[in-house]
Design a protein around this ligand. Sequence first.
Ligand code: NAD
Length: 320
Amino acid sequence: MMKKALVCGAGGFIGGHLVKKLKREGYWVRGVDIKEHEFAPTQADEFLLLDLREAHNCWQALSVDGGAFDEVYQLAADMGGMGFIHTAECEIMHNSALINVNMIDTAARIGVPRYFFSSSVCVYRDMQPGEPALTEADAVPAHPDNEYGWEKLYAERMAQTYARHYPIQVRIARFENCYGPEGTWRGGREKAPAAMCRKVAAAPEGGTIDVWGDGTAIRNFTYVDDMVEAIYRLTQSDLQGAVNLGGEEYVTVAELVKTVIEVSGKNVGIRYVEGPVGVQSRNFSKARSRLLGWQAQTTLREGIAKTYAWVAEQVRQFAV
Ligand code: NAD
């Protein structure tokens, strides 16, 4: 019997790539989102346009052939990069919380056996450069830098609460920054790698791009193919409790921008300007994700080369 999977947020970046992965693994897949995928036709067997803030739409999404899906992947969220996170605080707290509250409640009641939830390393406090790695347990006592992190923390706890009271296995990933082709690259919700690729691609030869902050913030950037492999392995695994998912390579924003410029082959200067940067530093233990037999394979340079090629083509087509 073909396994059936539901991907919520299938019209988005990671959800779109996850649908492709599940199809390669032989699943029958239903995708759900409030919008169609902007950049590629869906590869889901069925795609439903539904607003998952509404409980009755969660029932519709989760009902299949009078039974339940074998696996549910919950990636739907009202989210974006730092620019969005710092301005749309009410939307994030309201919309994403409603989606998560209704999805886990409905999935548990309908009898879903396995439920994946996409959390974020934004649940952790800020760090100083050179600090030893934080483990998953260090998320509490909690002091996230932004409302997005607080909402994720609540949604994690809610899913774990249901796992204690219903026969539902919950798997939780805390993603580091994920990037790659077919993700938001303009409009205000884009994240740093896509934004840098767009700015460099649109800059004239010898021009200058603006970069928020002073370039010293430290991050990991994980390529989307690596991330969906980890999501799949985690969901199949027996690993309970949250798991940090990200690569081992930590770089400064200045190094990210330098990589983009080198990959582009262009002569472009950098001007650091005031803007929302988020936390100063990141460093997370990968010991638990190693239990999945998983490690990110794609270097920043390789991943940026693929992402830059895709974003540059969008810039060319849409004459940004
Ligand atoms: P994305 O914005 O591309 O995808 C999220 C999708 O959710 C979008 O397509 C959006 O339309 C959909 N959505 C929003 N509101 C909805 C609603 N009311 N009903 C149905 N669908 C709705 O983001 P992404 O980068 O693919 O992120 C996927 C998940 O991973 C999110 O939960 C996000 O918080 C989490 N995450 C992502 C990153 C990252 O770097 N991309 C990092 C940490 C965590």
